[in-house]
Design a protein around this ligand. Structure first.
Ligand SMILES: Cc1cc2nc3c(=O)[nH]c(=O)nc-3n(C[C@H](O)[C@H](O)[C@H](O)COP(=O)(O)OP(=O)(O)OC[C@H]3O[C@@H](n4cnc5c(N)ncnc54)[C@H](O)[C@@H]3O)c2cc1C
Length: 481
């Protein structure tokens, strides 16, 4: 049943959006695909917060012939109700994002309408499940068109359009579009990393933090979590709360990252203009930030440290892993550790070759290593694999001319980070980054249609005023007379 407060808020949203709808004029003409069916102006792959916010931004620019596709069921998009294992978001509650600066669409407005103003005041951090519920509400209230259960498995050129193959319960179909946004999440340009020795273990003994893990089955077990970012602590805490006998968190470095670099960079100048810096500065900043990794909040740490069964091992990279009769033996420079189960919370790896939807293009997608050679002390093979994007978030070609259709594929995810700063990877950047993405998309659509706009302008003959005869009929003297 709809909460009364939400009904009132929804009327306010409708009124707010109507007041700022200018300019309302449609400006795109429908196209037809090679199969004779209508083509979309923009397809968005991924219906998480980025995909929904991008759709909303496009709709506000009168780009309405769009569709968002997500392989997940409605409400299960993104990490929030699956592998996110923290109780609350890590961002402060005041950080706005997918609302795109419309006050009535902010999380605060939703929370106050749903739970009351006092509840918002008393709130520390946003509940993970509430965030997911808010995203579903936002999508509904702005009318973003989403098709769930739709897995994009191939993207190909199709005579000036893109042909996008979608698999769903109904089988396979091909949709056509002029532009495509990949808002496919953290692993959208690769996969969750599993260190090689861990990957070699039997699947029953290990998982990456992004997998479904049966924590109830870890009751009484010895668990190792590899990594020391926020997700590592969340997984360790979930195992402890499920009754694991011992949980060991193995941190590669001498000390875990307690400073959160993403807090420092949350100011308009950086968020908006990082992408305007030259390659040397972009590389220097993002290498430093991504090598530091994200810090974890106090509550995340306390959730583990409060348990007697928790041990944090510092300076303990995993050098080897072997299954023995006593359990999995992990070798570290500080000695060996025997456990029953290993969870790798070691982030993502950019690896375009593992994404089926990119199979046709992967070999010619330019990455940072193709475009920029950093000084010796700033080298990073890992970051060199991040795609090098155009100023409209489009993929660029390694060999120009071989796959020109890449210019119509725009990437909005953590893999955009080297080119654009934290856009697409965290909530703090969304109000700045989504308008930039939308502007890149509308620029491309407008430029491609410039001849039609010129013809339309020349044919434009709508009078603004109707003239009447004025003044005395013989007001002017005949020059010949
Ligand atoms: C555990 C965790 C906690 C986080 N907490 C915070 C936080 O507190 N604050 C913060 O600012 N950021 C946080 N982040 C970072 C970021 O905000 C999230 O990752 C967020 O989910 C990114 O949104 P997104 O829409 O870009 O991607 P996602 O939410 O991951 O959505 C991507 C969607 O794309 C779909 N998809 C992928 N490939 C295909 C395909 N081929 N076809 C169809 N659909 C596809 C997926 O099903 C998914 O629903 C967190 C990230 C994680 C992993």
């Amino acid at each position: 049943m709809k909460h009364d407060g939400l009904s009132v808020l929804e009327s306010r949203v409708a009124s707010d959006l109507a007041r700022i709808a200018h300019p309302r004029a449609p400006w795109l003409q429908p196209r037809t695909g090679p199969d004779g069916a209508p083509a979309f102006d923009v397809l968005i792959v991924g219906g998480g917060q980025s995909g929904i916010a991008a759709a909303f931004g496009l709709m506000r620019s009168q780009v309405t012939n769009i569709l968002v596709l997500d392989r997940a069921a409605a409400g299960s998009e993104g990490p929030w109700t699956s592998y996110a294992r923290m109780h609350t978001l890590r961002s402060p509650k005041e950080f706005t994002g997918p609302d795109l600066d419309i006050p009535s669409l902010t999380y605060q407005s939703w929370h106050e309408a749903r739970f009351g103003v006092e509840s918002w005041r008393a709130l520390g951090l946003i509940g993970r499940e509430h965030w997911s519920e808010y995203l579903l509400w936002l999508r509904h209230v702005v009318g973003a068109p989403v098709r769930n259960g739709a897995d994009v498995v191939d993207i190909a050129p199709a005579g000036g359009l893109l042909a996008v193959t979608v698999e769903s319960g109904a089988g396979r179909e091909t949709l056509h579009c002029r532009k495509l946004v990949l808002a496919t999440g953290q692993d959208g340009m690769g996969r969750w990393s599993l260190p090689a020795p861990i990957e070699a273990l039997p699947p029953a003994r290990r998982a990456s933090a992004a997998e479904a893990i049966d924590f109830a089955a870890l009751r009484g077990a010895r668990v190792a979590v590899i990594g020391a970012g926020a997700s590592a602590f969340d997984n360790a805490a979930t195992a402890l709360e499920a009754g694991a006998a011992a949980v060991h968190l193995l941190c590669r470095r001498a000390a875990p990252q307690v400073v959160q670099p993403y807090r420092w960079l949350t100011f308009r100048g950086f968020l908006r203009h990082f992408c305007d810096l030259d390659d040397a500065w972009r590389w220097r900043f993002m290498r430093a930030i991504l090598e530091l990794r994200e810090g974890f909040p106090q509550a995340t740490y306390d959730r583990c440290a409060d348990h007697a069964a928790f041990t944090l091992h510092l300076g303990a990279p995993v050098l080897g892993a072997a299954e023995t009769p006593a359990g999995v033996e992990l070798t570290t420079p500080r000695g060996a550790l025997v456990v029953d189960y290993v969870i790798a919370a070691t982030g993502i790896e950019i690896d375009l070759s593992v994404r089926p939807e990119l199979a046709r293009a992967a070999a010619n997608i330019a990455c940072w290593a193709d475009r920029y050679a950093p000084p010796e002390d700033e080298r990073s093979e890992r970051l060199g694999r991040f795609p090098y994007l155009g100023d409209d978030y489009a993929l660029t070609e390694r060999m120009p001319g071989e796959t020109p259709w890449l210019a119509d594929i725009h990437l909005f995810g953590i893999a955009s980070t080297m080119s654009f700063g934290p856009s697409g990877s965290s909530i703090n950047a969304m109000t700045t980054a989504i308008p930039k993405l939308v502007s890149g998309l509308t620029r491309g659509l407008f430029r491609a249609d410039v001849e039609r706009h010129w013809a339309d302008f020349q044919a434009y003959d709508v009078p603004q005023a109707v003239l009447r005869s004025t003044g005395p009929a013989s007001g002017l003297r005949d020059p010949g007379g």
